[in-house]
Ligand binder design. Sequence first.
Ligand SMILES: O=C(O)CCC(=O)C1=CC=C[C@@H](O)[C@@H]1C(=O)O
Ligand SMILES: [Mg+2]
Length: 368
Amino acid sequence: MSATEDLSLEYRSFSLELADPLETADGSIDSRDGFLVRLVDEGSEPASGATEPGNEPGVGYGEATPLPGWTESREDCERALERAREAIRTDGPSEALEVVDRQVAARHALALALADLQATRESTPLYRYLGQGPMVGRVPVNATIGDGSPVETARETRRAVDRGFDCCKLKVGLRSVEDDIERVRHVRDTVGPGVDLRVDANEAWTYEEAEFALEAFAGLGVSIVEQPLPAGALEGHADLRSGNPDVSIALDEGLLEHGVDAICEAGAADVVVLKPMALGGVDVARKVAAWLTELGITPLVTTTIDGVVARTGAVHLAAAIPDVPACGLATGELLATDLGRDPVLLEKGSAVVPQAKGLGVSDVWRDQ
Ligand SMILES: O=C(O)CCC(=O)C1=CC=C[C@@H](O)[C@@H]1C(=O)O
Ligand SMILES: [Mg+2]
């Protein structure tokens, strides 16, 4: 993409309620407010007739959905998008990316819109533009289960398994470790041994609590414990790892605090969670994934409970990562409303990857 082409950027705010608040040890998420971004190549021929996915040749979509604690604030995001709008008109895409470099959600929106536009021009689905790899039909996904009562948690997990999920991530950390162990035991008894269970504590535990939890979780067949300790505790995570070879340790908040090299040097993670919205875009996340793989750490992709544009971008990112494990991409079903039609079908625990040009989303920029 050259600096001289005639690109214009527009953005609109949105607010999406969750169907039910997602309870986590870090607080409850009940709505997602952000900005839908549209990039238009003013020099390209307008599409004639109906706009099927990938059939808007001069248009790219992006989404900035800031989440407190993970990204810049909504206000900073809007100011950054305004700077990008001006910069892209006067100086081109590279300069526009530079002026939002530190506002990760805004950068995510711009980078996604640019990638969607370019992949569409090259008549290739976004994941192949990002990864330059082979055709991928599906990526495995996990169901996301909030930190509810033991009965609610078991019921939700059962429901997810009945709908075809064979991997479920349970939020933990809101109650005592003993209570969480009983909660997970109840889920295991309900769904049986064949379901892959993971837990995410969102930094809730002390080292002693985490050690106690990990030992019990190993006996319950929990495969991954995500962010058991505060993000700063790299050595603590490394010690938990070496003491509990049967359970993988995943870092999520820890990636944002330390970066890949420090995590690798400390030996603090088996798995690292990539949230493209919090990392500044699918392009950045793709590079981080490649670097992790090179270092022998497994990358997996999740969302920050985003609208359909960012969520579909995350599905493409996951499809661009070879042999990616089940990813936290079934988050659209947590929303009561969305920005438009979801081009990603969830089927038997997998997301069916859109094969249209670009992102493959359509019908998100309706006339207001
Ligand atoms: O990974 C998933 O299954 C879904 C995404 C998810 O769990 C999260 C999204 C946004 C904020 C966090 O509370 C949470 C996480 O920590 O991974
Ligand atoms: Mg997490």
